[in-house]
Design a protein around this ligand. Structure first.
Ligand SMILES: NC(=O)C1=CN([C@@H]2O[C@H](COP(=O)(O)OP(=O)(O)OC[C@H]3O[C@@H](n4cnc5c(N)ncnc54)[C@H](O)[C@@H]3O)[C@@H](O)[C@H]2O)C=CC1
Ligand SMILES: O=C(O)[C@@H]1CCC=N1
Length: 269
């Protein structure tokens, strides 16, 4: 039985714990550490998973998943370094932080796998990209693939691509939520009751996502099928182009990539 400890059970840490439980893991295979006692109590009540301190997590868990904010990484690694055994696997979910930071702060030879997941983990639909650090072997990548395969899809990427991945799929759900929020507002503008607008847009988003996932058709083909000559859709597309929505997305995702690079640089020695 592989025991997994999540160090820092905030939004993504909780998403992982709940996704693993929904995927068939039992609470006794999972542990977490948390800075705030109130948060620990809340998670234990909700999931039956126990909060421990870092030495206990290092002693009992085979896989230590680090899910604190990048800005909070150093105290966690300082606490972990003296207590971690050589047979443990460290998995970082932290945006921007290179595996070299973990390798530098932890004892020599500890395998580290960098992961960029996303929050659809809570419904078993995460997209996670994984990269091996210098001491991580193919079997370590396989362990992480098996672990995250329970909560969604997993791809392997070179670590040099992780900042781009972070901007695309790590932050990606937020862009879709933003779009949905704006489209619901448009429904309100057109006089629909909020509940109706929400239902229309959420189901349209689910349907469109399922079509993308299941048909294998290119998004352009799917969009063209909705866009009738001199119809309604092309009038909306013209406005989206006029307002530079495509260019805004390119610039937005580039800015997210740049921020990921910057978060990593803040911890360079
Ligand atoms: N939220 C998201 O959609 C995603 C987040 N990530 C990454 O996951 C990490 C966590 O992000 P969130 O969950 O959004 O942040 P969060 O702030 O919700 O969670 C971080 C948790 O770590 C705890 N913490 C901080 N220092 C600690 C310490 N020394 N010991 C124990 N617990 C400690 C905090 O109390 C908090 O509950 C970040 O590095 C972020 O880049 C990655 C992919 C997606
Ligand atoms: O916004 C952030 O920094 C984190 C990383 C990817 C998604 N959320």
């Amino acid at each position: 039985m592989t025991t997994i400890a999540v160090l820092g059970a905030g939004k993504i840490g909780e998403a992982l714990l709940s996704g693993l439980l929904a995927g068939g893991r039992t609470p006794d295979e999972l542990l977490f550490t948390e800075r705030y006692a109130e948060r620990s109590a809340e998670l234990t009540k909700r999931y039956g998973v126990h909060a421990v301190d870092v030495p206990t997590a290092a002693a009992r868990a085979d896989v230590l998943v680090i899910a604190v904010k990048p800005q909070d990484i150093e105290p966690v690694l300082t606490e972990l370094a003296p207590v971690i055994g050589a047979d443990r696997l460290v998995v970082s979910l932290c945006a921007g932080l290179p595996t070299s930071l973990f390798e530098r702060m932890l004892p020599e030879g500890i395998p580290v796998v960098r992961v960029m997941p996303n929050t659809p983990m809570v419904v078993g639909e995460a997209m996670s990209a994984i990269s091996a650090g210098k001491h991580a072997k193919p079997e370590h990548l396989s362990i992480v693939e098996d672990l995250l395969g329970v909560v969604g899809k997993v791809v392997r990427v070179p670590e040099s691509q992780q900042d781009a991945v972070t901007a695309l799929s790590g932050s990606g759900p937020a862009y879709f939520f933003y779009l949905v929020e704006a489209m619901i507002d448009a429904g309100i503008l057109l006089g629909l009751p909020r509940a109706v607008a929400e239902k229309l847009i959420i189901q349209s988003a689910v349907g469109a996502a399922q079509m993308l996932a299941q048909t294998g058709e290119h998004p352009v083909t799917l969009r063209e099928a909705v866009t009738s000559p001199a119809g309604t859709t092309i009038m909306a597309i013209r406005e989206l182009e006029r307002h530079g929505v495509r260019a805004a997305l390119l610039a937005a995702i580039e800015a997210a990539r740049d921020r990921s690079v910057e978060l990593g640089k803040a911890h360079e020695s």
